[in-house]
Design a protein around this ligand. Sequence first.
Ligand code: DAT
Length: 175
Amino acid sequence: MAEGNPRGPNILITGTPGTGKTTLGSEVSQRVGFNYINVGDVAKQHDLYDGWDDKYQCPVLDEDRVIDELEEVMSSGRNVVDYHGCDFFPERWFDIVIVLRTNNHELYERLEKRGYSGKKLEENIQCEIFQTILDEAREAYKPEIVHEVPSNTPDEMEDNLDKISAWVHEWNISH
Ligand code: DAT
C-alpha cells in the first residue's frame, strides 16, 4: 500500500443524465468487485434534499448531508459512485473520474424514452452540448485523473468497461 493513500481506489462515473452512468457503473462494480453507489438513490432513500431545481426539474441535493452520509464508506475505498454532478464531492475521495459523453441525437432518444419532455428534456440536451459536466470535472479534479469517454453504443460501453477494469488492475499492482 502506498503511504498516504492506504485505501482502495474510488471511481466516479459522471455525465449528463442518460449518458449511461448507471449501466456502466453497475457493470463495472460487479466486474471489479467494488461497491456501487448511486448518489440519486442514496438521496432518495435518506431524503437528503434541499429544495427544487426549476431548470432541470428535479430535487436539489442537500450536498453536505450527502457527503456526511457517504464519508465512511468512501474512506474505505473500492467504490464506484454514479452521479450527474461532481464538483461538490471532496476532491480527495476520487482516484479516477470518468465523464461519459453521448451525441445529441442518441441522448435525445434515450431521455425521451425515459419520459423526459419539454423544458426538462431541452435543458439536459443543452447540458451535454455545452459539456457542462466535463468542464465541472476538469475544474474540480486534477486533469490527469479526468477521462472523457464516448458512450453512444454498446461497443463503446464494453470498451469503457474494459478500460476501467484494466485501470483497477494497474492500480492494484502499483499500490
Ligand atoms: P444515466 O445513469 O447516465 O442516466 P443509464 O445508464 O440509465 O444513464 O442509460 C440510459 C439508457 O441508455 C438506458 O436505456 C441504457 C442506455 N445506454 C446507456 N449506455 C449506452 C451505450 N453506451 N450504448 C447504448 N445504450 C446505452
